[in-house]
Design a protein around this ligand. Structure first.
Ligand SMILES: Cc1ncc(COP(=O)(O)O)c(C=O)c1O
Length: 375
């Protein structure tokens, strides 16, 4: 499929967070059948149960995690789950630690709820800063912070949190009686040849007590409009979550088509994201090959998802930022500044598209890399 949504003759939109590869046939078939039966009502408890069972089975086969379906709660979106986590486990004025660079809503939501957000960088260029981030986290926990939010794998970097670090993070949080929210929205999108990403659900023996883990098929199967998030909630928070869900007084926490698509994704097309990643990985390699070590821009290309994170190394010499330089050449990216403090000279680029689009992107990047005296 060539790019339908993003491009105009003047502007190539590489900022959007959706792929240009449609979705799996299994999802299209399940949705078509449901539409043909005019199933536009609320979800039933049977359907909700089916989503939970499909999620648990997928986690067992593709994330090394054994989860009782009864521990899975359904919400409209991962972002609703972030809001509920913040609401139920903290109070206005509390501190929430968020690892950056990350998806803007992971710090935007707690900030909008009057929590004090501390951003801890976990990576600069290709240098991981996990040990430093965990040392700083421990300090904040000692000071009384009880809330942590992490993205695994990272949007925008595509790097999973290394397993030992994830274990240590969860153990550290447990030691202080705190909790951690782990956003695993991009977890299904692992490049082939890598072992599946280990979910935070099973990364540590303390996870069932302290980790809120959010999953969704929206990113992996490219169905962002079909809302249906699955959240594995710690034992200690379950009663509160159930109470809050019933207080919301909605007939159903999720939409029917989102539920149907999610069941089809996990049950009938569990390997679709890996197949997509076998198309995306060569495209990532093709773009990263443009960047030399020690050059003006570093390309960060984690094993997961369809993003590249580009960091300008000597930004102060230029008046224009990397975002502006690419925009001047007809390429729209996602500005690094929205991923946290200190990332103004980075951009996130989506490479899940056609060869022609990647060719156009490569031409613009080559032009930027060779134009040394740009102002
Ligand atoms: C890291 C991350 N979490 C969550 C979401 C959105 O989740 P949902 O589809 O449930 O709204 C996105 C969407 O881009 C994302 O990148």
């Amino acid at each position: 499929m060539t790019r339908l949504r993003w491009s105009t003759p003047l502007l190539l939109d590489c900022g959007v967070a959706e792929m240009d590869f449609g979705t799996s046939q299994a999802i299209t078939d399940a949705l078509s059948a449901s539409v043909a039966r005019a199933e536009f009502g609320y979800t039933s408890t049977v359907l909700e149960r089916a989503v939970k069972t499909a999620t648990a089975r997928y986690l067992a086969t593709h994330a090394g995690a054994i989860v009782d379906p009864d521990r899975i709660e359904l919400l409209d979106s991962v972002l609703d789950a972030v809001g509920m986590y913040v609401e139920l486990t903290s109070a206005p004025g509390d501190t929430v630690v968020v690892f950056t660079p990350t998806y803007k809503h992971l710090f935007g939501i707690p900030a909008a709820m009057n929590r004090y957000v501390v951003e801890l960088p976990m990576q600069v260029g290709n240098q991981p800063l996990w040990e430093r981030a965990l040392t700083l986290l421990r300090w904040y926990l000692i000071q009384g912070c009880r809330n942590v939010i992490a993205c695994h794998p990272g949007n925008p970097t595509g790097h999973p949190i290394p397993h030992v670090m994830l274990r240590e993070l969860i153990a550290c949080v447990a030691e202080f009686g705190a909790t951690v929210f782990v956003d695993e929205a991009h977890a299904p999108l692992m490049a082939p040849g890598h072992s599946p990403l280990i979910s935070a659900v099973s990364a540590s023996e303390y996870a069932p007590q302290v980790a809120w883990v959010a999953r969704t098929a929206t990113k992996g199967w490219n169905i962002s409009g079909l809302k249906c998030a699955q959240v594995i909630v710690p034992e200690t928070s379950r009663a509160n979550v159930c109470r809050r869900l019933s207080q919301l007084a909605r007939r159903s926490p999720i939409g029917r088509l989102g539920a149907i698509a999610t069941c089809a994704a996990y049950t009938d097309a569990p390997d679709w994201p890996t197949q997509v990643m076998s198309q995306v990985t060569p495209l990532k390699k093709r773009v990263t090959a443009l960047f030399e070590t020690g050059g003006p821009v570093t390309a960060v290309a984690g094993q997961a998802t369809y993003f590249l994170w580009l960091e300008e190394n000597r930004p102060c010499r230029d008046h224009l930022r990397l975002f502006d330089k690419l925009l001047k050449r007809g390429v729209l990216t996602e500005d690094g500044s929205i991923f946290g403090r200190g990332f103004d000279h980075s951009v996130r680029v989506n490479v899940a598209s056609s060869e022609q689009v990647i060719e156009r992107l490569c031409l613009a990047l080559t032009d930027v890399l060779h134009d040394k005296h740009e102002h």
